[in-house]
Design a protein around this ligand. Structure first.
Ligand code: ZN
Length: 257
């Protein structure tokens, strides 16, 4: 006679319970950096990388020029760059200092300045800590839902939620506000490296034109506002002044394929 037996999930081991509370809570910069590293290794294990040395040198040249202009501590971090051999029109940068560029992007970003616009934008999401902010925004929801799953003893739901909570959700879209901030900050980074900020406008126009054929993967995580291009144009005078000053100081990137 055992009808008082509680569902198994009510007997969650203390360590699992503790880790549920941990993953459901807010993350620190160090935690989010380490999650960024794991996520990067996961993507690298799943996606073929390009062994085109010329291409790797070209993208590396653009990324290095931008990284040199970042505020501390980001300029001194050992950034990891990978070129993924994939038709996806996509790019990302992850907390902890990891950049992924898909070869499909290079068909849309046709020159070093357009590529610099993308890389500057992606890096700006990292320096403005958007992944951390998004993670912690969602933490309250996770705590609520995980708590309900434990209380109601829904074992499978609890396991699913644990899986959800441990994934950083790095593939979720950024908010429009974060997009706009990454546009502004990223434009400044690439201009400070001596790239031509006017090419950021050409890049996003090219991205929009491309989306009529097949939506670029980049736009699913970076929602474009209808004002993106006009906002960038409004920022060009200041960005051009920054770029001209950089060039006058001898910064003149010559990254070519
Ligand atoms: Zn973005």
């Amino acid at each position: 006679m055992d009808h008082h037996k509680a569902p198994a999930s009510r007997h969650l081991p203390a360590t699992l319970l503790a880790s549920l509370v941990f993953v459901a809570g807010c993350a620190t910069v160090g935690e989010i950096d380490s999650m960024g590293g794991s996520e990067f290794q996961k993507i690298r294990a799943q996606t073929p990388v390009s062994d085109d040395a010329g291409l790797r040198a070209y993208v590396g040249c653009v990324a290095d020029a931008i990284i040199a202009e970042l505020p501390e501590p980001y300029a001194y971090r050992n950034w990891e760059l990978e070129i993924f051999d994939s038709e996806e029109v996509n790019a990302f940068a992850l907390p902890g200092g990891h950049i992924g560029i898909y070869t499909g992007l290079l068909a849309v970003a046709g020159n070093q300045d357009q590529l610099a616009a993308v890389i500057g934008h992606e890096i700006a999401h990292v320096t403005e800590q958007h992944a951390l902010k998004r993670y912690n925004r969602e933490a309250a929801t996770r705590i609520g839902v995980t708590g309900v799953a434990i209380a109601t003893g829904t074992g499978q739901a609890g396991a699913d939620l644990l899986g959800m909570a441990t994934s950083l959700g790095l593939s979720l879209p950024f908010s429009r506000g974060e997009e706009s901030e990454a546009d502004t900050v990223g434009l400044h980074y690439m201009a400070a490296a001596g790239f031509d900020p006017r090419q950021s406008v050409a890049l996003w126009q090219s991205m929009e034109k491309n989306s009529k054929l097949r939506p670029p993967e980049l736009l699913s995580t970076h929602p474009s506002s209808e004002h993106r291009i006009s906002d960038l144009i409004a920022e060009l005078p200041e960005a051009l002044a920054t770029s001209n000053a950089a060039r006058a100081a001898g910064k003149d990137p010559q990254c070519r394929r």
